[in-house]
Design a protein. Structure first.
Length: 255
């Protein structure tokens, strides 16, 4: 039987987290860089733990004003970027320890997510941060990101488990990148479009791009953004459709 994880970016103070946590199997918890942090972070981890939802850390550039969607890569070298990521991930890891659940993965947010896919030093910094975290805890932690790109290559080379991610609610370019949010049609808000795209990715490993081409995507997890309009209804409809289509929805096993 086919299976896939369904994840959402939560703890960002802009979504119905409680409702989404009753639907998704993995939560990427904002770590304070672009949103959340503090009491919001702790409460989100506690709620995920109570519902049996797998928890990952969701670090970003320190950019609350622009919600982490503007690249700050030029402000960092490898060491400072690794330090920034590790500090945010540790905040989620500490909340997981209090809640009695493991931190399973790290998934970058926004501009950092996209920079990691194309910049060698940024990708190395992410893996540096994850490996330092593993050194502190002794527990393996996976990295979540796009199916192809520099981050995946660095993880493969350095022996870090990688979770390839597809998007149910974002349009794709022919090269596998997401259509920029500034472009019309970049975010899929219609439930039928979201379901059709997610089912195609989950069942056949393909997605029809913004230009009509067919792109092959092999993924372990599907993301539906909590700040997409109607996110709860989209997530509910998507999970129902996946299960009705013979796809088991479950979190990835721990690394």
């Amino acid at each position: 039987m086919l299976s896939i994880d369904l994840n959402a970016d939560l703890g960002e103070e802009c979504a119905d987290d409680a409702a989404l946590l009753s639907i998704v199997t993995t939560a990427n918890v904002a770590a304070g860089g672009h949103a959340g942090g503090g009491d919001v972070l702790a409460a989100t981890v506690r709620e995920a733990a109570a519902r049996g939802v797998s928890v990952g850390a969701h670090p970003s550039y320190a950019d609350r004003e622009c919600f982490g969607r503007v690249s700050r890569l030029a402000e960092h070298d490898r060491l400072s970027l690794a330090r920034m990521i590790r500090t945010q991930v540790l905040a989620v890891s500490d909340a997981c320890s209090v809640a009695g659940v493991p931190l399973v993965h790290v998934k970058a947010h926004g501009a950092l997510y996209h920079d990691l896919a194309v910049d060698d030093q940024a990708a190395e910094a992410m893996v540096d941060a994850v490996e330092a975290l593993v050194g502190d805890s002794g527990t393996p932690v996976a990295v979540m990101g796009p199916p192809t790109g520099v981050l995946r290559s660095v993880c493969d080379r350095r022996g870090v488990r990688y979770l390839a991610e597809g998007f149910a609610d974002r349009a794709y370019l022919p090269d596998g990148r997401l259509v920029p949010r500034s472009s019309p049609g970049a975010v899929l808000e219609d439930v039928d479009s979201v379901i059709d795209q997610a089912m195609s990715i989950a069942v056949s490993g393909t997605v029809r791009t913004f230009t009509g081409d067919v792109l092959h995507l092999e993924v372990d997890t599907l993301c539906l953004h909590g700040d997409t309009p109607g996110a709860v209804a989209l997530a509910s409809g998507l999970r129902t459709a996946l299960e009705a289509g013979g796809v088991r929805v479950q979190a990835p096993s721990r690394p």
